[in-house]
Design a protein around this ligand. Structure first.
Ligand SMILES: [Zn+2]
Length: 62
């Protein structure tokens, strides 16, 4: 099981202790839904989630 950043929703390795995107340590192992954002400029979902870097994200983080 991986972890997801509570701030930007990026999914990171479970051994990670910091989000490489926003440098927060606010990570959660409880998240639901996963999405790959390949073209953040063209993605409505990315815009709604305020994602501006491509990557693997969680839809909801608890
Ligand atoms: Zn983050």
């Amino acid at each position: 099981m991986s972890k997801a950043c509570r701030v930007c929703h990026l999914i990171v390795e479970k051994t990670a202790n910091m989000c490489p995107n926003c440098k927060t340590q606010d990570l959660s192992s409880e998240y639901t839904g996963e999405i790959f954002i390949l073209n953040p400029e063209d993605s409505d979902v990315a815009e709604r989630m305020k994602i501006n870097k491509k990557g693997h994200y969680a839809l909801r983080v608890r």
